[in-house]
Design a binder for this molecule. Structure first.
Ligand SMILES: [Zn+2]
Length: 536
C-alpha cells in the first residue's frame, strides 16, 4: 500500500469528530430561523461556487468526468432520500490524500481522494456522504456562521476556501492570511459541535437506509477511519486527540443501524447504461463477467450482505481515484506492479484497471493496451474500461483503432460527458478541419448541459479555434478561466473581445451580459480580499 499521509491539522475532519450528546429524535431546522436571514440561498450558492473555483485555482480539485459523474450519482441518490431533496447540492472530489470530507455553504460537499480509497465499500462512502448531507440539511453550517458574529459571511467564506486549499498543500507558499493567526479552527466558525456531529450521524444513517444502502456502513466508515488513525499513530492532530473517535460513537451507529435492518431494496447507483438498441446487454445482466471486488466480498461482521450485480463499478472508480490522485506516476505504477507480482490476492479486474491507468500515466501505452484488452473482452459494456483502452491506443500511436473505439462508445453511450471529452481530445489531437468540426458537433450539446465544467469549456474553446470561430473560442476560454478561479483574467479577456468591431449583434450582447455578471463577481472578490492566484 502507498504510505498513508498524516491527517492535516487544519482539515475540518468532521467525520472523525466525536459524537457526545444523545438528542432524541430528529428535528428539522426551522426555515424561518435567523440563520436563513444571514444570506439568501442564491448568495450561499454564489459563495459555494466561488470556493469551488478557488480550490480549482490551487489545482486541488480532482477533475475527471467519470469520477465527477460517479460521486454526483451517489450523492444525488442519497439527497433524493433526505428530508430536503429540494436543496441544491454540488459534489466533488479533492485531490488530497488526507482522510477528510467536508460540507460548505450552498450544499457544496467535498470528499478527499484519500477518504475514497480508505473506504472498504460503496456503502461506507455513501455513509460519509450521508453524514455531510445531514450537516447541510440540518443547517449546521449556517448555525456555525451565526455563532461567528464578528466576521462577515463573505470574508469568512473566502477564508474557508483558502484554509481548505492550504490544508491540501505541502509547500510553504500558503497565503499570508493563513499565517496571520485568524484560523477558522481557532474561531470554531465551521467547526461543528458534538451534538451536531451526533445529529449528522443519526440523520445520515436514516438517509442511508432509505436510499437502500446498508445502515451499518456508517459504523463501518468510522472503523475504517479509526484503523487509518491507528496506522498514523503519532500524527493524530490535536483535534482528534482531544475528541477521539471513540467506541461509543461507533456503538451508537451500530445500534441505530440494527433498529433499521438491512435494505430490502438495495441501492442502485446510476451507472452509464448502453443506449436502447445501441448495442450490448445491460451491465447488470452479465453476471458471468462482473468485475470482482479488490477487497474480499464477504460482509464485515455486523454488516448486511453486499449488493449483487453492480458490476464492480465502485471498485473501478476507487482504483481510478487512487491512480489519478497519486502525486507520483512512477510510484503508483510501482504499487500496482509490485503487488500484482507478489500478492496473488491483489489481482482483480479493478486492480488490473488501476495498473493500466498507471501505465497510461507513465506513458507505457503499449503495456496498458495489453492489460486492458482482456478486461474489455470480459466486460464489453464498461465505459471506464473501454475509455481507458481507447486512450491507451491513442497514446500508443494506434490512432485509427482509438478513434473507432471512441466512435463506438459514442454510439453505445450517447451524451456521456466522459466519452465526448475523450473523443473530442483525440479528434483535436489529430488536427485538421474535419476533426475539429466533428469535435464541435459532439461538444456543443455538452456545453449547454454542463456549462460549469472548465475542462469542457477549454476543450470547446480549442475546437472552436481550430474550426475557425475565434469569437466563440475566446468566450469559452474566458469561461474556463472564471470556473478555474481566475475571474480577473476572464473579465480582461472578455473586455478585450468586446473591443472587436466585427462582432454580430448577438455576439456583442452575449459578451456584454457576461461582462456585467463577472464584474459583480470580481468586485465582490476584491471586497473579500481573496488571495487567489491570478495565473495558473
Ligand atoms: Zn460531521
Amino acid at each position: 500500500m502507498p504510505p498513508i499521509r498524516a491527517l492535516p491539522a487544519l482539515a475540518l475532519a468532521c467525520v472523525t469528530a466525536v459524537a457526545g450528546a444523545r438528542d432524541p429524535g430528529v428535528k428539522l431546522p426551522d426555515i424561518g430561523s435567523s440563520a436563513a436571514a444571514i444570506a439568501s440561498p442564491q448568495e450561499l450558492q454564489d459563495y459555494g461556487a466561488a470556493m469551488l473555483h478557488e480550490l480549482r485555482a490551487y489545482e486541488l480539485v480532482l477533475e475527471d468526468p467519470l469520477l465527477e459523474d460517479y460521486i454526483r450519482a451517489l450523492g444525488y441518490r442519497l439527497v433524493a432520500s433526505s428530508d430536503r431533496p429540494d436543496l441544491p447540492y454540488t459534489f466533488f472530489i479533492m485531490r488530497s490524500e488526507d482522510i477528510n470530507a467536508f460540507a460548505a455553504p450552498g450544499g457544496y460537499v467535498a470528499v478527499n481522494a484519500g477518504l475514497m480509497t480508505a473506504m472498504d465499500s460503496e456503502d461506507e462512502l455513501a455513509g460519509v456522504l450521508a453524514h455531510e448531507i445531514s450537516h447541510v440539511q440540518q443547517q449546521h453550517i449556517l448555525r456555525g456562521i451565526e455563532d461567528q458574529q464578528k466576521m462577515s459571511l463573505p470574508i469568512m467564506l473566502g477564508m474557508l476556501g483558502v484554509m481548505i486549499a492550504a490544508a491540501g498543500r505541502n509547500d510553504d507558499a500558503a497565503p499570508a492570511v493563513l499565517i496571520s493567526g485568524t484560523s477558522l479552527m481557532q474561531q470554531r466558525a465551521i467547526n461543528f459541535t458534538r451534538s451536531e456531529e451526533a445529529e449528522a450521524d443519526r440523520v445520515g444513517i436514516q438517509i442511508l437506509a432509505r436510499a437502500g444502502f446498508d445502515p451499518n456502513a456508517m459504523a463501518g466508515a468510522f472503523q475504517a477511519l479509526q484503523r487509518v488513525m491507528r496506522v498514523n499513530g503519532i500524527d493524530i492532530p490535536e483535534f482528534l486527540l482531544t475528541h477521539p473517535l471513540d467506541t461509543r460513537r461507533i456503538a451508537e451507529a451500530r445500534e441505530r443501524a440494527a433498529q433499521l435492518g438491512c435494505p430490502t431494496t438495495p441501492a442502485v447507483v446510476a451507472r452509464p447504461a448502453p443506449a436502447a438498441g445501441g448495442g450490448g446487454l445491460d451491465l447488470n445482466l452479465r453476471a458471468g463477467t462482473q468485475v470482482a471486488s479488490a477487497v474480499p466480498v464477504s460482509p464485515k461482521p455486523g454488516s448486511c450482505a453486499p449488493r449483487q450485480g453492480d458490476g464492480g463499478y465502485y471498485e473501478l472508480m476507487r482504483e481510478r481515484v487512487r491512480v489519478l490522485s497519486a502525486p507520483s506516476a512512477p510510484s503508483i505504477r510501482g504499487y500496482y506492479a509490485d503487488n500484482l507480482r507478489d500478492n496473488p490476492g491483489f489481482d482483480t479486474p479493478a486492480t488490473r484497471y488501476g495498473h493500466a491507468l498507471a501505465l497510461i500515466r507513465t506513458h507505457q501505452a503499449a503495456d496498458a493496451v495489453k492489460e486492458l484488452q482482456p478486461l474489455v473482452a470480459a466486460q464489453p459494456n464498461s465505459v471506464p474500461l473501454r475509455l481507458a483502452l481507447a486512450k491507451a491506443e491513442d497514446q500508443a500511436g494506434q490512432h485509427a483503432a482509438a478513434l473507432a473505439g471512441y466512435e463506438r462508445l459514442n454510439r453505445d453511450f450517447p451524451g456521456n460527458r466522459a466519452v465526448v471529452l475523450g473523443y473530442a481530445d483525440a479528434l483535436l489531437a489529430q488536427g485538421g478541419d474535419a476533426g475539429a468540426r466533428r469535435a464541435l458537433e459532439l461538444l456543443r450539446p455538452q456545453v449547454d448541459r454542463h456549462g460549469d465544467d472548465p475542462d469542457l469549456q477549454a476543450t470547446f474553446g480549442r475546437a472552436s479555434q481550430l474550426a475557425g470561430d475565434s469569437v466563440r473560442a475566446a468566450e469559452a476560454y474566458a469561461e474556463a478561466a472564471w470556473l478555474n478561479g481566475r475571474a480577473e483574467d476572464a473579465l480582461a479577456q472578455l473586455k478585450a473581445l468586446a473591443k472587436r468591431d466585427d462582432l454580430s449583434y448577438y455576439q456583442r450582447s452575449r459578451i456584454e451580459a457576461r461582462i456585467t455578471r463577472l464584474t459583480a463577481v470580481v468586485l465582490d472578490q476584491r471586497k473579500r480580499g481573496d488571495p487567489a492566484p491570478d495565473a495558473p
